[in-house]
Design a protein around this ligand. Structure first.
Ligand SMILES: Cc1cc2nc3c(=O)[nH]c(=O)nc-3n(C[C@H](O)[C@H](O)[C@H](O)COP(=O)(O)OP(=O)(O)OC[C@H]3O[C@@H](n4cnc5c(N)ncnc54)[C@H](O)[C@@H]3O)c2cc1C
Length: 414
């Protein structure tokens, strides 16, 4: 029975909801663990969960400098899809979508995964050629995708402006795509990992690595040294900083990416609409707010906010495409620091330091991969060898040239 069942709500209402237990413990760090995961976002927590649940490694700590999900996990527009171009990406992202489909049941926590369908609009000839190529490639990989004519788009989104400044020439639809509740993903993995014995240590920044003879021996933190034979770094926009502490560089840049939400509306939009070439992505949350994503800012930064011109551009595109939303008030705006590689694909990799693994480079679009990324990363750490799904995403590709170029499917798109 769910711990958050109607029955529990009724029972706890009798004592004015004072008796709820913590969803996870708040332990003191031990002196040593088998594995330390740095970063308590969705990917780090998922890694810890699968280490404990599938790999038989429960002596694990997740060390987070702030609070769980306070990084990009709690700041993203929650779009989930697997319609990427290359076979390697298709395997990775569809592995994730399959795990999403059973995640609430697996974690016994409602992550509100909603496969409401996702439209990728084409506004010009280049977009049409791109979705045609990608749609066919996706189909060859056995992943659902459909081409829609403008009239079919208008059937799904009746108030869309098909003939404005950004004419809609067609769209690629993934019906299994949709959204999930970002905080719930972090909290669900945290609660399930904690139950399996994983220590989740918040407000504890990692400030360096212990190393001996080219291998990691643990992490230096604000609360002292924590020994570990294996360390997985899952810190998104700060991975370059952690790599520098370990003595190497990563081929990526950290840039701000912004999003915003409107005041709540009655149900109006029951699918996700992405518009890659005009940098605007929109869906409606269960609370009724429109959730809108912008393009990334054009400069490198570690600040969790961005320039006003970028959101102004995104809103200009939204108003052009959906004039009906033009008088809505925006309630909140924020930014996250995203780690972007040159081929717009992630890094799931061993490093020049023995026992030190990195999972990063998800850029503007890693939320959708959370379960799959955690799953294959956990297996890679446990075995000491990259999981076959993760192997193409190693650092080695920047030496060999075997890039996985998802510029069109990912780029600034989520
Ligand atoms: C505005 C915005 C919109 C987005 N929209 C989408 C979308 O619609 N769909 C999608 O798939 N993706 C989207 N993304 C991308 C997605 O959010 C990320 O790829 C994903 O959440 C990364 O998860 P993570 O767990 O790797 O990183 P994070 O959630 O950022 O977690 C990393 C954690 O590491 C911690 N940390 C950093 N340094 C240290 C240290 N020294 N010691 C200890 N802890 C440390 C941070 O505090 C943070 O909590 C979006 C991102 C943003 C910013």
């Amino acid at each position: 029975m769910s711990r958050y069942s109607l029955f529990s709500l009724l029972r706890h209402s009798l004592d004015y909801h004072r008796g709820w237990q913590r969803a996870w413990r708040n332990p003191q760090p031990k002196r040593a663990y088998d594995v330390v995961i740095v970063g308590g976002g969705g990917h780090g927590l998922a890694t810890a969960y699968y280490l404990a649940s599938e790999c038989g490694v429960a002596n694990v700590a997740v060390v987070e400098k702030g609070w769980l999900g306070g990084g990009n996990t709690g700041r993203n527009t929650t779009i989930v899809r697997s319609n990427y171009l290359w076979d390697e990406s298709a395997r990775l992202y569809d592995h994730a979508v399959k795990l999403w489909e059973g995640l609430s049941r697996e974690l016994n926590y409602n992550v509100m995964f909603s496969q409401r369908g996702l439209l990728h609009l084409a506004h010009n000839v280049h977009d049409m050629q791109e979705i045609a190529r990608r749609g066919c490639a996706i189909g060859l990989n056995g992943i659902d995708s459909e081409f829609l004519a403008p009239a079919q788009v208008a059937k799904m989104v009746p108030f869309i402006n098909l003939h404005g400044r950004y004419p809609v020439l067609g769209a690629l639809l993934q019906r299994r795509g949709g959204t999930a509740r970002h905080d719930a993903v972090a909290w669900g993995y945290a609660r399930a990992a904690d139950k399996l014995g994983v220590d989740i240590i918040q407000n504890c920044e990692v400030t360096g690595f212990g190393m001996e003879r080219g291998a990691v021996t643990g992490v230096h933190t604000e609360r002292g040294f924590i020994a570990a034979g294996k360390v997985g770094c899952v810190v998104a926009g700060h991975c370059g900083v952690l790599a520098q502490m370990a003595g190497f560089r990563l081929p990526l840049e950290s840039v701000p990416l912004q999003a915003l939400v409107s005041e709540p509306l009655k149900p109006a939009l029951d699918c996700v609409v992405m518009s890659g070439s005009v940098h605007a992505y929109i869906s409606q949350s269960d609370k009724g707010e429109l959730v809108i994503g912008a393009g990334s800012d054009a400069y490198n930064s570690y600040s969790q906010r961005g320039g006003f011109d970028t959101i102004e551009h995104a809103l200009g595109a939204v108003v052009e495409l959906y004039p009906v939303f033009s008088r809505l008030k925006m309630l909140r705006q924020w930014g996250g620091v995203v780690d972007v590689t040159v081929d717009r694909s992630p890094l799931l990799t061993k490093t020049p330091v023995g026992g030190l693994f990195f999972n990063c480079g998800w850029g503007t679009g890693g939320f959708k991969a959370t379960p799959g990324s955690g799953h294959v990363f956990a297996h890679s750490i446990a075995r000491g060898e990259m999981h076959p799904i993760a192997a193409p995403f190693s650092l080695e590709r920047f030496h060999s040239g075997a890039l996985v170029d998802e510029g069109a499917a990912a780029a600034v798109a989520h």
